[in-house]
Design a protein around this ligand. Structure first.
Ligand SMILES: NC(=O)c1ccc[n+]([C@@H]2O[C@H](COP(=O)([O-])OP(=O)(O)OC[C@H]3O[C@@H](n4cnc5c(N)ncnc54)[C@H](O)[C@@H]3O)[C@@H](O)[C@H]2O)c1
Length: 328
């Protein structure tokens, strides 16, 4: 399969590395507005061409599928243009930060589930997929606790185009909650503040706690922090009346030094590239397999819409400091 990729920043480079290791896949063109980065990238990955405008990439008849890794505020434009040109599309999260636009995509392209996959990579992490595939063992599920803390806040420039913490960071956790609980969310309460970088004030928050109730009785708590001194903290607990499933952090090593003054062990993995490197690879392989079989992708525009609606409701809850009932 011949692939084009738009956006050569942090996550674009991760996908290029991973796609390069898949048999039968060739990245034939990349695009970014930064020409130096384009040149460095084609040299590094031995890619035949680059373009400075995404239109040139998606007009290339050789390109069968496009990876959209541009900043979030360009996703909708890039995805829609690709779909109109009959390309298969992998789009990084968030697909879009306006739910009406996602609904428009769903309405405009009836076979969209076979043409667009959204990058909720954590579903492909082996720890979380173990929990998902064993949920029936905990009996009646009652409490889901998700901890998701970044090592340090992103630059303020990134924040300005990110859509805010709920759209940018918690969106992964909203998707994880929907994926695990597999029931309709009925209410949400979100609170938070700015604790790490005063420059965020008035633009975004950097610390948040969110509580979601689902119609099957599960209560989910999500704990987000843009700063975490011990690394990238990614954990989950799912409690039921017959037991609990737990996914712990991955660490650089599992050994521990015991002494009279305490214990010494390894920190959590540094950030998303270390922690989820295998998940990105499984995610990309999954895309290629589904595309080759012409079957629906496992993470769809509908999933992006559900996560986005939770993010929008969380923003409203934060602003109004009240529980938002999702049927209202
Ligand atoms: N799934 C994940 O774990 C994960 C992790 C990080 C980022 N992301 C998502 O990936 C996207 C990119 O994030 P990033 O961290 O790589 O950002 P980044 O700022 O590192 O990279 C973005 C790149 O896009 C380029 N760009 C800007 N405007 C463009 C345009 N109009 N056309 C083409 N290229 C353009 C920039 O020059 C830059 O090279 C965001 O939507 C983000 O939410 C997902």
């Amino acid at each position: 399969m011949k692939i084009g990729l738009i956006g050569l920043g942090r996550i674009g480079q991760v996908h290029l590395e991973s796609l390069g290791a898949i048999d039968g896949v060739e990245v034939v063109c990349v695009s970014d507005i930064n020409e130096t980065l384009c040149q460095q990238t084609v040299n590094k990955f031995n890619i035949p061409t680059y373009t400075l405008t995404y239109e040139d990439l998606i007009s290339d008849p050789e390109v069968q599928a496009v990876w959209v890794c541009s900043p979030s505020n360009f996703h909708y434009t890039h995805v829609t243009s690709c779909l109109k040109k009959n390309k298969l599309v992998f789009c990084e999260k968030p697909l879009e930060i306006n739910s009406e636009k996602i609904q428009e995509l769903i309405d405009q392209f009836p076979d969209i589930d076979k043409r667009l996959m959204v990058g909720f990579n954590r579903r492909f992490d082996s720890n979380f997929s173990f929990v998902k595939s064993n949920t029936q063992k905990i009996g009646k599920p009652t409490i889901l606790k998700i901890t998701s803390r970044d090592p340090q806040p992103p630059p303020i420039e990134y924040i300005k185009t990110s859509g805010g913490i709920f759209m940018d960071m918690t969106i992964h956790d909203f998707d994880m909650a929907s994926f695990m609980v597999d029931a309709k969310p009925i209410s949400i309460y979100a609170t938070g503040g700015v604790n790490y970088n005063p420059a965020f004030t008035g633009i975004d928050i950097d610390t948040a706690l969110i509580t979601i109730k689902f119609e099957n009785g599960v209560i989910c708590n999500i704990d987000n922090s843009r700063k975490c001194t011990y690394g990238y903290d990614q954990r989950l607990e799912f409690l039921g009346d017959q037991g609990m499933l737990s996914a712990e952090n991955e660490k650089e090593h599992q050994a521990t030094f015991f002494s009279s003054t305490g214990l010494e062990s390894s920190l959590c993995k540094d950030f998303f590239i270390d922690r989820y490197i295998k998940a990105y690879s499984i995610e990309n392989q999954t895309f290629i397999q589904c595309a080759q079989k012409n079957i629906e992708f496992p993470v769809t525009a509908k999933d992006a819409l559900i996560a986005l609606q939770l993010a929008q409701a969380a923003n409203l809850s934060l602003k109004q400091n009240k529980v938002i009932h999702l049927n209202d």
